[in-house]
Design a protein around this ligand. Structure first.
Ligand code: ADP
Length: 632
């Protein structure tokens, strides 16, 4: 017998399980059955596609047995099984990405934590909510040896060689004293019907039946009434997605979601679609209510299971749906793909890409319907997944217009969000320009940007894009229908000959000051120029049209740094407002030291306005103080 220590994270999770934060302890059974179903799925595929498994005697089934004397509940399957290495890897560690971040996010507040745990997916370890000892006897398909894994959930587990006639896994839970309700047949049957009715495999259990007394012709009892035990299938095993929509109840959809997603929460919505025609396939997609823990991790676990004619193929293929829809959970099942499809083939398979393209279109149109029909629900969706959806603006060019139409935009002139369709009804039809500003900062701060002053003066509306993802994707969005996206910095407005002349004259007056500011700032800016676009602010920064914006430049510098490359910083243009009192006075001051200090302070304030960091904050303060002393 070999003793092993659990990985630290497992111990943390076990601690939570044993102290049972969970209000629905019964879900342990759903988790074990889902694991058994996955194991059957895997072997089913191997038997059908891999020569090495051809001769295995495979009758897929799950069995549940209750033993009131021994105080045990046993769940066994004839699935793919595990060897000793698998046991260590699968039941001694948590391979899920984001585990550490997840555990760190627990607050100690039982109610909140149990919600989070549901989102994380509790899995096998949930057994310890009801059992104080768990034994797993398992034999891997195609291998001779069987192994027994035993743990009481106290930091250690043992693995020893064992006997098992066929491949598969048997899990015995030794129930805690106060969890005896799980020894009742009807309780278990109800739990199975509730959570696991529509997994694709049959679940069997012994059930007691009443047998009436037997009597002879004269009415004399020849055999007293009694009971008899029959082994019966207790779930429908119908693979929910194969059933017609009209025959499925909402509750059934919800419970099926829980059995495939490892999320104890309710799904926000689902989309069940059967496509008939050149290619036949069925999709059942769910949108979770809450973002999965690993949504923003590169090693996120994809949520779509691919079946070919009800035979499970994979649940670990990120290419099944585009990454910007990675929050979806569910099933794609098609009879028109070859069973022995490999990953490489899958990605280039024309049938698969047709299914994928059509599915994406379907999901986007369903979302659009949801937005129109149920604004509240859509708001919930958008809060959790809106930013992920935006990623599609650069990764899915073909659906850009549709994705834009799903977004909620903040705008300069309104406190409420609006759609792009609504927004363009109000733009100047002669110019057909959609003005936007991006910057990772609070909405209010971005709305106060000096760059917007000329738009405020003209009463023009502007899209305010203040999320980090906006600063990355929107510079790549050039148009919506016949409308052009124009960054506020690049917007040009017609002006009359007189206005032009007046501007030129003013600019000339500032020639001297511009040169002095330029000298003071040296290499910090690419240029200093007069602008007529500002009204209230003395200065603002402008990034050259062909240069990346601040957030992008920072990202490039980080990535470049990571690759050992030195990306030169982008030098901004400093624009000054000749109408501002400060500049007018500075022009006439003749104080070289003051101009020096003011130039640097003005540059820094422009940076602050754009949400940038200062290179040297103490110096900024010293200069500011020097200027204030002069004013006193
Ligand atoms: P999850 O199912 O979310 O991956 P679990 O903790 O429930 O997490 O299970 C961990 C792993 O243990 C599974 O991914 C699987 O590889 C393995 N496993 C669990 N139960 C079984 C089973 N009945 N048959 C074969 N493998 C299993």
């Amino acid at each position: 017998m070999a003793k092993h220590q659990f990985q630290t994270e497992v111990n943390q999770l076990l601690h939570l399980m044993i102290h049972s934060l969970y209000s629905h302890k019964e879900i342990f059974l759903r988790e074990l059955v889902s694991n058994a179903s996955d194991a059957l799925d895997k072997l089913n595929m191997l038997v059908l596609t891999d020569e090495n498994y051809k001769n295995i005697d495979f009758v897929p089934r799950i069995d549940i047995a209750l033993d009131k004397e021994a105080n045990t509940i046993t769940v066994s399957d004839t699935g793919v099984g595990m060897n000793d290495e698998d046991l260590v890897a699968n039941l001694g560690t948590i391979a899920k990405s984001g585990t550490k971040a997840f555990l760190d996010s627990l607050s100690g507040d039982q109610q909140k934590d149990s919600q989070l745990i549901g989102q994380f997916g509790v899995g096998f370890y949930s057994s310890f909510m009801v059992a104080d000892k768990v034994e797993v006897t398992t034999r891997k398909a195609g291998e001779e040896k069987a192994y027994k894994w035993v743990s009481t959930g106290d930091g250690e587990y043992d693995i020893e060689e064992a006997e098992r006639d066929t491949q598969g896994t048997t899990i015995v839970l030794h129930l805690k004293e106060d969890e005896k309700e799980f020894l009742e047949t009807y309780t278990i049957e109800n739990i199975i019907k509730k959570y696991s009715n529509h997994i694709p495999f049959a679940i069997f259990m012994d059930k007691e039946h009443y047998v009436p007394a037997e009597k002879d012709d004269e009415g004399n009892e020849t055999k007293p009434a009694g009971t008899e035990i029959k082994n019966e299938q207790i779930n429908k095993a119908s693979a929910l997605w194969t059933i017609s929509k009209s025959e499925i109840k909402d509750e059934e959809y919800k419970d099926f979601y829980k059995s495939i997603s490892h999320d104890s929460g309710e799904p926000l919505a689902w989309m069940h679609n059967k496509a008939e025609g050149a290619i036949e396939y069925t999709t059942l997609f769910y949108i979770p209510s809450r973002a999965p823990m690993d949504l923003y991790r590169v090693d996120y676990q994809p949520g779509i299971k691919l079946y070919i004619n009800r035979v499970f193929i994979t649940d670990d293929e990120k290419e099944l749906m585009p990454t910007y829809l990675r929050f979806l959970r569910g099933v794609i099942d098609s009879a028109d793909l070859p069973l022995n499809v490999s990953r490489e083939i899958l990605q280039s398979n024309p049938v698969m890409s047709k299914i994928k393209n059509a599915s994406v279109k379907k999901v986007l149109s369903e979302l659009s319907k949801m937005r129109k029909k149920d604004a509240g629900k859509y708001a919930d969706f958008y809060k959790e997944f809106g930013n992920v959806l935006k990623e599609g603006l650069y990764s899915d060019h073909g659906n850009r217009e549709k994705i834009l139409e799903l977004l909620e935009f903040n705008t300069l002139n309104s406190e409420e969000t609006t759609s792009i369709e609504e927004f363009v009804t109000k733009v100047d039809e002669t110019k057909k320009e959609i003005y936007y500003i991006t910057g990772k900062m609070s909405l209010q701060m971005l709305k106060n940007s000096p760059q917007l002053e000329r738009f405020k003066a003209k009463g023009l509306d502007v899209l305010i894009l203040n999320e980090e993802i906006d600063t990355i994707v929107f510079p790549m969005v050039t148009e919506y229908k016949e409308y052009k996206f124009v960054n506020v910095a690049d917007a040009k407005f017609e002006e009359s000959e007189e206005e032009k002349k007046a501007d030129e004259e003013i600019a000339k007056e500032f020639d001297g000051l511009i040169k002095e500011i330029q000298d003071a700032l040296g290499e910090k800016v690419s240029k200093v120029e007069v602008t007529k676009d500002l009204t209230d602010s003395p200065v603002c920064l402008k990034v050259d049209k062909d240069d990346p914006n601040y957030q992008m430049a920072q990202m490039m510098a980080q990535m470049g740094g990571g690759m050992g490359m030195d990306i030169p910083p982008v030098k901004p243009i400093l624009q000054i407002n000749p109408k501002h009192e400060l500049l007018a006075k500075l022009k006439d001051s003749g104080d070289q030291n003051l101009i020096n200090d003011a130039a640097l302070v003005l540059l820094d304030q422009a940076k602050l306005f754009d949400g940038m960091e200062l290179d040297d904050t103490p110096e900024f303060i010293t200069r500011l103080n020097r200027i204030m002393v002069k004013a006193l």
